[in-house]
Design a binder for this molecule. Structure first.
Ligand code: FES
Ligand code: FE2
Length: 349
């Protein structure tokens, strides 16, 4: 079940401009565009007249108004209809559902649910993505699987050893135990795996220039439902952070995912890799972008197959969980809680 009354990443700021842009989020087709002042605006992508998709030509943006390409119903940035053909009176109910939006850290976030409850101060942050101390590469891959499968996948990185061997997986990832912590009040899950002496996978060897064995830390921070960050620390074996907390001899990579349900059975898999080294090295950017996209597509291929199989199973299929699943199970529990909180309890008469 998809939690409502939540912020979800709808796209990157760079995707939304003066062209009409449509994306389905949590089953809702939403039209995005930027006003002349640069503000992102979001409204239903279905004309109230005959439901023509407003993202389809010949619908167009005229100044800050959307003119439906079918019969000309015209809408302002707030979704209100301002003109209809053949009459001066605009029906009072002629209004597109409009969605709260906010831009943060290069993402455009959209609120799905009761607009009265939207509080942009509660959007989880990923400051590395547009911070001057980091260089970021990013993208999005469509996933034909329910978003919970991607959450399971990202919370249990032991799969790197098998599914991503030769890219980011080495034997030590699967063989090193994890620790899991849940901040119930903040609704954040932390999963950590610290490898003291590990093989350096190509992803990090080629990007950092390290050869030989490494200390590799994976510290996951997941704020359900949408934002996931893997704080990754790579250093030569034995190099530890200094007493003052600084860590100049290590390489830091923030691997950020935004997990946005498109429908009950499909997901937008936004990924970004921010690094604090080789900031101006274009070859490193190209390499990391290509590597991470390959890794994401390996997950997509596996999860697409898994979705097909699970969709054909009877409800309540059996699984067997072990220690590596503690993060994923905690995530399922918090997601269920969020989904239940958003469902109004039927009044008892
Ligand atoms: S469907 Fe949009 S004006 Fe008729
Ligand atoms: Fe993966």
């Amino acid at each position: 079940m998809i939690p409502r009354n939540q912020w979800y990443v709808a796209g990157y700021g760079r995707e939304i401009g003066r062209e009409l842009f449509s994306r389905t989020i949590c089953g809702e087709s939403i039209l995005f565009w930027r006003t002349r002042a640069g503000q992102v605006t979001a409204m239903s992508d279905r004309c109230v007249h005959r439901r023509f998709p407003l993202s389809e030509a010949p619908t167009r943006l005229v100044d800050d108004q959307v003119v439906c390409g079918y019969h000309g119903f015209t809408y302002g940035a707030d979704g209100r209809c301002t003109a209809v053909p053949g009459q001066t009176r605009v029906p009072r109910t002629a209004r597109l559902t409009s969605y709260p939006v906010a831009e943060r850290d290069s993402f455009v976030w959209v609120w799905i649910g009761d607009p009265e409850r939207a509080d942009a101060s509660r959007i989880p942050r990923a400051p590395w993505l547009d911070s001057p101390g980091y260089t970021t590469v990013s993208g999005m891959e469509p996933l034909r699987a329910r978003f919970g499968l991607l959450v399971d996948n990202l919370l249990d990185l032991s799969h790197e050893t098998y599914l991503h061997g030769g890219y980011i997986g080495t034997p030590e990832v699967a063989s090193t135990p994890i620790t899991t912590e849940v901040d119930e009040e903040a609704g954040v899950i932390y999963v950590s795996r610290h490898m003291d002496d590990a093989e350096c996978p190509p992803f990090y060897a080629r990007s950092t220039g390290l050869s030989g064995r490494i200390t590799r830390w994976q510290d996951i921070e997941y704020t359900p439902p949408c934002l996931y960050t893997l704080h990754s620390r790579i250093a030569p074996v034995g190099v530890t952070p200094r007493a003052d907390g600084s860590d100049p001899d290590a390489f830091h990579v923030e691997v950020v995912y935004a997990i946005t349900p498109e429908t009950e059975h499909s997901t937008h898999d936004f990924w970004a890799v921010a690094r604090d080294f080789a900031l101006d090295d274009q070859a490193v950017s190209v390499f990391l972008a290509e590597q991470n996209r390959t890794v994401v597509l390996q997950d997509v291929a596996a999860l697409d197959v898994l979705e097909t199989v699970l969709a054909a199973e009877p409800a309540g299929y059996q699984e067997l969980s072990i220690n590596i699943d503690t993060g994923g199970l905690a995530a399922r529990r918090l997601l269920k809680r969020l989904a239940e909180q958003a469902t109004p309890v039927a009044a008892v008469s």
